[in-house]
Design a protein around this ligand. Structure first.
Ligand code: FNR
Length: 358
C-alpha cells in the first residue's frame, strides 16, 4: 500500500483485481466517453493564483454539509453494486467513510440493504434514490431510509433512461441483485446490458419538476437534486424548494458530450447565490481539483470511481487511502495557495481557461 502515491494508481490495481465485466462496468461511460475524459481534463485547464506570505502553519480543512461536520469537503458519491468489488460491499465502504469522518451517499442500487449499511458504521449517510414507475417502491425506500437514520435524500435526475454504455452491452453485464428492492423489481435476463434492461423496465421516464412536490410530501428529510448542469435548472431547483444541488453528469455515463462539470459549476453557483449548497462530482482525482471546485463555488465534491477502485483493490484500507490521499493533497494545496481555512479559498485563487484567453 505504501507504494501507492496517488489516487489514479488505484485504477490499474482495480483492473488487475476485478473480472473484466466488472472492471468495464465501473470504469465505463456512455458512447465515445468524451465527457468521461473531459471531466478530468477540464480540471487541468484551470490554473492557480497562489498567495504567499500567509501563515499556513495550521491548516483546517473541516467544513459542514447540511449542518453535519466533516473532516474535509470530500464525500463519497453514490455508486451501485459494491459487492462486485468486495464481498461485503457497501458496509466496507461505509466503515471507511466513518473512519475518515466524511459523508457517504449510499446508492439505492447498493448490493447491501440500506439497513445493513446503516448498522455497519456510524458515518453520516445520505440515501440516493431513483424514482420508479411504481411510486410505492420509491416511497417505501424513502421511509426505510428515514427509519434507518439517513440524513438526506439525494434524487438523481439525469437517468430518465440509461445512457449507452457500450462495454456493458458487449459484456451483457449482469448487475447484482438489488437487495433494497427484493421481490419488487426482478431483473429479466436480457440480450444486452442487464443494467439497461432493469432501468428501462423500472425507472420512470415521466419524472418532472412537479414530482419534486410529491417527494417533498412523503419525507421531511432534506432533498438534494443530483444531475444539474445548467443555471436554468439550478434556478428551477431552488424554486422547487430543494435543499441542495449536485452538479453532475453521472461521471460521463449518461449523455455523452455533456460538459465537464467543473466548466459549468460557476454559472450554476452564480444563479443559486448561496441560497442552498452546491456540490460537484465528476473527474475529481487530485486535491488540487477539490480546491478548484471550492474556489469556483462548490461546498464539497463527491468521489465516484476512485472509491470503487480502492474498494476493489484493497478493501476498507483502499477506500480510506483514496480519501486520505485526496485530503493530504488538498491540505498541501491550501497551504501552497495561502489558504489556512476553507473560508479563505476565494474565486481569486484560480484562473479559468476563459480568463486566460481573454
Ligand atoms: C455511478 N453513479 C451513480 N449515481 C447515482 O446517482 N446512482 C448510482 O447508483 C450510481 N451508480 C454508479 C455506478 C458506477 C460504477 C459509477 C462509476 C458511477 C454516478 C456517481 O454518483 C458520480 O456521479 C460519478 O461517478 C462521479 O464521477 P467520477 O468521480 O466517477 O469521475
Amino acid at each position: 500500500m505504501d507504494q501507492i502515491v496517488n489516487v489514479n494508481e488505484f485504477q490499474e490495481l482495480a483492473r488487475q483485481a476485478l473480472p473484466k465485466m466488472y472492471y468495464d462496468y465501473y470504469s465505463g461511460a456512455a458512447e465515445d466517453k468524451h465527457t468521461l475524459k473531459e471531466n478530468v481534463e477540464a480540471f487541468s485547464r484551470i490554473m492557480f493564483r497562489p498567495r504567499v506570505l500567509v501563515d499556513v502553519s495550521k491548516i483546517d480543512m473541516s467544513t459542514r454539509i447540511l449542518g453535519y461536520p466533516i473532516s474535509a469537503p470530500i464525500m463519497i458519491a453514490p455508486t451501485g453494486n459494491h459487492m462486485l468489488a468486495h464481498p461485503q460491499g457497501e458496509t466496507v465502504t461505509a466503515k471507511a467513510a466513518a473512519a475518515c469522518n466524511t459523508i457517504m451517499i449510499v446508492s439505492c442500487m447498493s448490493s447491501c440493504t440500506l439497513e445493513e449499511v446503516a448498522l455497519s458504521c456510524n458515518a453520516v449517510r445520505f440515501l440516493q434514490i431513483y424514482v420508479f414507475e411504481r411510486r410505492d417502491v420509491t416511497a417505501q425506500v424513502v421511509k426505510r431510509a428515514e427509519k434507518a437514520g439517513y440524513k438526506a435524500i439525494v434524487l438523481t435526475v439525469d437517468v430518465p433512461k440509461l445512457g449507452r454504455r457500450e462495454a456493458d452491452i458487449k459484456n451483457k453485464m449482469i448487475p447484482q441483485k438489488l437487495r433494497n428492492f427484493e421481490g419488487l423489481t426482478e431483473v429479466q435476463p436480457s440480450e444486452g446490458s442487464g443494467v439497461e434492461a432493469f432501468a428501462s423496465r423500472a425507472l420512470d421516464a415521466s419524472l418532472n419538476w412537479k414530482d419534486i412536490e410529491w417527494l417533498r410530501s412523503i419525507t421531511k428529510l432534506p432533498i438534494l437534486i443530483k444531475g444539474i448542469l445548467t443555471p436554468e435548472d439550478a434556478l428551477k431547483a431552488v424554486e422547487a424548494g430543494v435543499d441542495g444541488i449536485v452538479v453532475s453528469n453521472h461521471g460521463g455515463r449518461q449523455l455523452d458530450y455533456s460538459p465537464a462539470t467543473i466548466t459549468v459549476l460557476e454559472e450554476v453557483v452564480n444563479v443559486v447565490k448561496g441560497r442552498i449548497p452546491v456540490l460537484l462530482d465528476g473527474g475529481v482525482r487530485r486535491g488540487t481539483d477539490v480546491f478548484k471546485a471550492l474556489a469556483l463555488g462548490a461546498q464539497a465534491v463527491l468521489i465516484g470511481r476512485p472509491i470503487v477502485y480502492g474498494l476493489a483493490a484493497k478493501g476498507e484500507d483502499g477506500v480510506k487511502k483514496v480519501i486520505e490521499m485526496l485530503k493530504n493533497e488538498f491540505e498541501l494545496t491550501m497551504a501552497l495557495s495561502g489558504c489556512p481555512t476553507i473560508g479563505d479559498i476565494t474565486r481569486n485563487h484560480v484562473r479559468t481557461e476563459d480568463e486566460r484567453l481573454k
